[in-house]
Design a protein around this ligand. Structure first.
Ligand SMILES: Nc1ncnc2c1ncn2[C@@H]1O[C@H](COP(=O)(O)OP(=O)(O)OP(=O)(O)O)[C@@H](O)[C@H]1O
Ligand SMILES: [Mg+2]
Length: 251
Protein backbone atom coordinates (compact mmCIF):
# COMPACT_ATOMS: atom_id res chain seq x y z
CA UNK A 1 0.00 0.00 0.00
CA UNK A 2 1.27 3.45 -0.94
CA UNK A 3 2.20 5.67 1.98
CA UNK A 4 0.24 8.84 2.62
CA UNK A 5 2.20 11.88 1.54
CA UNK A 6 -0.43 14.18 3.10
CA UNK A 7 -2.38 13.63 6.31
CA UNK A 8 -4.89 16.23 7.43
CA UNK A 9 -6.49 15.62 10.83
CA UNK A 10 -9.34 17.41 12.53
CA UNK A 11 -8.83 20.75 10.85
CA UNK A 12 -10.83 23.65 12.30
CA UNK A 13 -10.69 27.09 10.71
CA UNK A 14 -12.40 30.38 11.50
CA UNK A 15 -12.77 33.69 9.69
CA UNK A 16 -13.22 36.09 12.57
CA UNK A 17 -16.04 34.69 14.68
CA UNK A 18 -17.30 32.39 11.95
CA UNK A 19 -16.17 28.80 11.94
CA UNK A 20 -16.00 27.44 8.39
CA UNK A 21 -14.15 24.13 8.81
CA UNK A 22 -15.45 21.79 11.51
CA UNK A 23 -12.93 18.99 11.85
CA UNK A 24 -11.87 18.09 8.32
CA UNK A 25 -9.73 14.94 8.09
CA UNK A 26 -8.36 13.05 5.10
CA UNK A 27 -5.23 11.37 3.75
CA UNK A 28 -3.69 11.39 0.29
CA UNK A 29 -1.62 8.40 -0.89
CA UNK A 30 1.61 9.34 -2.69
CA UNK A 31 1.38 9.69 -6.48
CA UNK A 32 -2.42 9.75 -6.49
CA UNK A 33 -4.98 12.38 -7.40
CA UNK A 34 -7.57 13.41 -4.83
CA UNK A 35 -10.54 15.51 -5.90
CA UNK A 36 -12.21 17.60 -3.22
CA UNK A 37 -15.69 18.37 -4.48
CA UNK A 38 -18.51 20.35 -3.01
CA UNK A 39 -20.78 23.30 -3.68
CA UNK A 40 -20.14 27.01 -3.20
CA UNK A 41 -18.89 27.85 0.26
CA UNK A 42 -18.25 24.22 1.24
CA UNK A 43 -14.76 25.09 2.46
CA UNK A 44 -12.69 23.67 -0.39
CA UNK A 45 -10.50 26.74 -0.92
CA UNK A 46 -10.14 27.27 2.81
CA UNK A 47 -8.91 23.68 3.16
CA UNK A 48 -6.23 24.06 0.48
CA UNK A 49 -5.24 27.50 1.79
CA UNK A 50 -4.86 26.10 5.29
CA UNK A 51 -2.67 23.22 4.09
CA UNK A 52 -0.46 25.56 2.04
CA UNK A 53 -0.03 27.83 5.04
CA UNK A 54 -1.77 30.92 3.72
CA UNK A 55 -4.72 30.78 6.12
CA UNK A 56 -4.14 30.31 9.85
CA UNK A 57 -6.02 27.37 11.36
CA UNK A 58 -7.77 27.24 14.74
CA UNK A 59 -6.74 23.64 15.45
CA UNK A 60 -5.82 20.40 13.77
CA UNK A 61 -2.70 18.90 12.23
CA UNK A 62 -1.26 18.70 8.74
CA UNK A 63 1.55 16.28 7.96
CA UNK A 64 3.33 16.50 4.63
CA UNK A 65 5.82 13.76 3.86
CA UNK A 66 6.59 13.21 7.51
CA UNK A 67 6.81 16.89 8.47
CA UNK A 68 4.28 18.69 10.66
CA UNK A 69 3.55 21.79 8.62
CA UNK A 70 0.50 23.33 10.27
CA UNK A 71 2.58 26.00 12.00
CA UNK A 72 4.97 26.75 9.13
CA UNK A 73 4.96 29.81 6.88
CA UNK A 74 3.87 29.31 3.25
CA UNK A 75 7.44 29.78 1.97
CA UNK A 76 8.78 27.08 4.29
CA UNK A 77 6.02 24.70 3.20
CA UNK A 78 6.78 25.43 -0.46
CA UNK A 79 10.45 24.65 0.14
CA UNK A 80 9.46 21.19 1.40
CA UNK A 81 8.01 20.48 -2.04
CA UNK A 82 4.39 21.58 -1.82
CA UNK A 83 3.15 23.83 -4.58
CA UNK A 84 -0.18 25.67 -4.32
CA UNK A 85 -2.08 27.08 -7.30
CA UNK A 86 -4.88 29.25 -5.88
CA UNK A 87 -8.18 29.76 -7.67
CA UNK A 88 -8.17 32.11 -10.66
CA UNK A 89 -4.42 32.52 -10.51
CA UNK A 90 -3.22 34.42 -13.57
CA UNK A 91 0.19 34.60 -15.22
CA UNK A 92 1.93 37.97 -15.59
CA UNK A 93 0.23 39.12 -18.77
CA UNK A 94 2.95 41.38 -20.16
CA UNK A 95 5.73 38.81 -19.66
CA UNK A 96 6.19 36.07 -22.24
CA UNK A 97 5.15 32.51 -21.52
CA UNK A 98 8.79 31.53 -21.04
CA UNK A 99 9.52 34.48 -18.74
CA UNK A 100 6.53 33.47 -16.63
CA UNK A 101 7.93 29.96 -16.33
CA UNK A 102 11.47 31.09 -15.57
CA UNK A 103 10.77 33.95 -13.22
CA UNK A 104 10.79 31.92 -10.01
CA UNK A 105 13.94 30.00 -10.95
CA UNK A 106 15.83 33.11 -12.00
CA UNK A 107 15.14 34.67 -8.66
CA UNK A 108 16.68 31.59 -7.08
CA UNK A 109 19.63 31.79 -9.54
CA UNK A 110 19.26 28.14 -10.38
CA UNK A 111 19.69 28.26 -14.14
CA UNK A 112 20.77 24.69 -14.90
CA UNK A 113 17.85 23.27 -12.98
CA UNK A 114 15.56 25.83 -14.61
CA UNK A 115 16.53 24.72 -18.10
CA UNK A 116 15.72 21.06 -17.43
CA UNK A 117 12.48 21.94 -15.66
CA UNK A 118 11.50 24.14 -18.59
CA UNK A 119 11.99 21.20 -20.96
CA UNK A 120 9.87 19.05 -18.68
CA UNK A 121 7.05 21.61 -18.60
CA UNK A 122 7.14 22.00 -22.40
CA UNK A 123 7.03 18.21 -22.63
CA UNK A 124 3.78 18.17 -20.70
CA UNK A 125 2.34 21.26 -22.35
CA UNK A 126 3.49 21.42 -26.00
CA UNK A 127 1.18 24.40 -26.58
CA UNK A 128 3.29 26.42 -24.18
CA UNK A 129 6.43 25.71 -26.18
CA UNK A 130 4.71 26.92 -29.34
CA UNK A 131 3.63 30.08 -27.54
CA UNK A 132 6.82 30.53 -25.52
CA UNK A 133 7.77 33.97 -26.96
CA UNK A 134 4.29 35.46 -26.78
CA UNK A 135 2.96 37.61 -23.96
CA UNK A 136 0.98 35.46 -21.53
CA UNK A 137 -1.90 37.94 -21.80
CA UNK A 138 -2.49 36.75 -25.36
CA UNK A 139 -3.09 33.14 -24.32
CA UNK A 140 -6.52 31.52 -24.19
CA UNK A 141 -8.01 30.72 -20.79
CA UNK A 142 -6.99 27.08 -21.12
CA UNK A 143 -3.43 27.99 -22.05
CA UNK A 144 -3.22 30.37 -19.09
CA UNK A 145 -4.33 27.57 -16.78
CA UNK A 146 -1.65 25.32 -18.30
CA UNK A 147 0.88 28.10 -17.76
CA UNK A 148 0.10 28.53 -14.06
CA UNK A 149 0.26 24.77 -13.57
CA UNK A 150 3.52 24.74 -15.54
CA UNK A 151 4.90 27.51 -13.37
CA UNK A 152 4.03 25.49 -10.26
CA UNK A 153 5.84 22.49 -11.80
CA UNK A 154 9.02 24.53 -12.26
CA UNK A 155 9.71 24.14 -8.54
CA UNK A 156 9.74 20.30 -8.87
CA UNK A 157 7.00 19.82 -6.27
CA UNK A 158 6.08 16.44 -4.85
CA UNK A 159 2.58 17.65 -4.01
CA UNK A 160 0.47 20.11 -5.97
CA UNK A 161 -2.71 21.68 -4.61
CA UNK A 162 -4.76 23.18 -7.44
CA UNK A 163 -7.93 25.15 -6.73
CA UNK A 164 -10.55 24.67 -9.46
CA UNK A 165 -8.31 24.06 -12.47
CA UNK A 166 -11.37 23.84 -14.73
CA UNK A 167 -12.90 27.16 -13.69
CA UNK A 168 -14.21 29.02 -16.75
CA UNK A 169 -12.84 26.52 -19.27
CA UNK A 170 -14.72 24.74 -22.06
CA UNK A 171 -15.26 21.01 -21.44
CA UNK A 172 -12.78 19.97 -24.13
CA UNK A 173 -10.04 22.12 -22.56
CA UNK A 174 -10.87 20.80 -19.08
CA UNK A 175 -10.29 17.32 -20.44
CA UNK A 176 -6.93 18.41 -21.83
CA UNK A 177 -5.83 20.00 -18.56
CA UNK A 178 -6.75 16.84 -16.64
CA UNK A 179 -4.94 14.63 -19.15
CA UNK A 180 -1.83 16.67 -18.39
CA UNK A 181 -2.36 16.33 -14.66
CA UNK A 182 -2.74 12.60 -15.14
CA UNK A 183 0.61 12.46 -16.94
CA UNK A 184 2.28 14.60 -14.29
CA UNK A 185 1.05 12.19 -11.65
CA UNK A 186 1.88 9.01 -13.57
CA UNK A 187 5.21 10.02 -15.11
CA UNK A 188 6.69 12.23 -12.42
CA UNK A 189 4.93 10.66 -9.44
CA UNK A 190 3.60 14.03 -8.31
CA UNK A 191 0.68 13.82 -5.88
CA UNK A 192 -2.18 16.12 -6.85
CA UNK A 193 -5.14 17.53 -4.93
CA UNK A 194 -7.72 19.48 -6.92
CA UNK A 195 -10.85 21.32 -5.86
CA UNK A 196 -13.85 21.14 -8.13
CA UNK A 197 -17.48 22.15 -7.81
CA UNK A 198 -18.55 19.37 -10.14
CA UNK A 199 -17.46 15.81 -9.59
CA UNK A 200 -18.28 14.80 -13.15
CA UNK A 201 -15.14 16.31 -14.64
CA UNK A 202 -12.73 14.59 -12.31
CA UNK A 203 -14.32 11.17 -11.84
CA UNK A 204 -12.21 9.46 -14.44
CA UNK A 205 -8.93 11.03 -13.31
CA UNK A 206 -9.14 10.81 -9.53
CA UNK A 207 -8.19 7.83 -7.34
CA UNK A 208 -10.11 9.29 -4.44
CA UNK A 209 -12.97 11.70 -3.96
CA UNK A 210 -13.70 13.74 -0.85
CA UNK A 211 -17.07 15.44 -0.65
CA UNK A 212 -17.17 18.59 1.48
CA UNK A 213 -20.29 20.46 2.50
CA UNK A 214 -20.65 23.21 5.08
CA UNK A 215 -17.09 22.68 6.27
CA UNK A 216 -17.49 18.97 6.97
CA UNK A 217 -16.48 15.83 5.12
CA UNK A 218 -19.76 14.34 3.89
CA UNK A 219 -18.37 11.39 2.04
CA UNK A 220 -15.09 9.88 0.94
CA UNK A 221 -14.34 7.05 -1.43
CA UNK A 222 -13.22 6.09 -4.89
CA UNK A 223 -15.05 7.10 -8.07
CA UNK A 224 -16.36 3.52 -8.31
CA UNK A 225 -17.77 3.32 -4.80
CA UNK A 226 -19.11 6.86 -4.84
CA UNK A 227 -20.95 6.36 -8.13
CA UNK A 228 -22.87 3.49 -6.62
CA UNK A 229 -26.30 4.22 -5.26
CA UNK A 230 -26.15 7.89 -6.12
CA UNK A 231 -24.64 8.46 -2.71
CA UNK A 232 -22.76 11.40 -4.08
CA UNK A 233 -25.91 13.24 -5.05
CA UNK A 234 -27.20 12.98 -1.53
CA UNK A 235 -24.00 14.15 0.04
CA UNK A 236 -23.27 16.82 -2.49
CA UNK A 237 -26.67 18.22 -3.20
CA UNK A 238 -28.57 17.20 -0.08
CA UNK A 239 -32.22 16.70 -0.87
CA UNK A 240 -32.24 19.59 -3.33
CA UNK A 241 -32.73 19.50 -7.06
CA UNK A 242 -29.68 18.42 -9.03
CA UNK A 243 -30.40 20.59 -12.05
CA UNK A 244 -30.78 23.78 -10.09
CA UNK A 245 -27.22 23.56 -8.75
CA UNK A 246 -25.43 22.58 -11.94
CA UNK A 247 -21.80 23.46 -12.57
CA UNK A 248 -21.39 27.15 -13.10
CA UNK A 249 -19.04 27.15 -16.03
CA UNK A 250 -20.70 24.83 -18.52
CA UNK A 251 -23.31 26.41 -20.73
N1 LIG B 1 -11.67 35.73 3.60
C1 LIG B 1 -12.84 35.31 4.11
N2 LIG B 1 -13.45 35.97 5.13
C2 LIG B 1 -14.61 35.54 5.65
N3 LIG B 1 -15.28 34.45 5.22
C3 LIG B 1 -14.75 33.75 4.20
C4 LIG B 1 -13.50 34.15 3.58
N4 LIG B 1 -13.23 33.27 2.60
C5 LIG B 1 -14.23 32.38 2.60
N5 LIG B 1 -15.15 32.66 3.55
C6 LIG B 1 -16.35 31.87 3.88
O1 LIG B 1 -15.91 30.59 4.28
C7 LIG B 1 -16.77 29.57 3.78
C8 LIG B 1 -15.95 28.59 2.97
O2 LIG B 1 -15.47 29.27 1.83
P1 LIG B 1 -14.50 28.62 0.76
O3 LIG B 1 -14.06 29.70 -0.16
O4 LIG B 1 -13.46 27.84 1.46
O5 LIG B 1 -15.49 27.61 0.02
P2 LIG B 1 -15.32 26.89 -1.40
O6 LIG B 1 -15.80 25.50 -1.20
O7 LIG B 1 -13.95 27.09 -1.92
O8 LIG B 1 -16.37 27.67 -2.31
P3 LIG B 1 -16.34 28.00 -3.89
O9 LIG B 1 -16.82 26.78 -4.58
O10 LIG B 1 -17.28 29.14 -4.04
O11 LIG B 1 -14.93 28.35 -4.27
C9 LIG B 1 -17.85 30.29 3.00
O12 LIG B 1 -18.96 30.44 3.84
C10 LIG B 1 -17.23 31.62 2.67
O13 LIG B 1 -18.22 32.62 2.55
MG1 LIG C 1 -13.21 27.92 -3.63
Amino acid sequence: MAHNILEVADLHLNYGQTRVLHGVSFEVPAASLLAIVGPNGAGKSSTLGAIAGGIPIASGTVRFDGHSIEALAPEAIARLGLSFVPEARHPFSSLTVEENLLIGSLMRRNRAMAASNLERVYGYFPRLRVRSRQPAGKLSGGEQQMLVIGRALMTSPRLMLIDEPSLGLAPKIVEEVYEMLRRIRDEAGVTIVVNEQSSRRVMKFAENILVLRDGRVQLRGTPATIDQGQALHHAYFGVGNFDSIGPRTEA
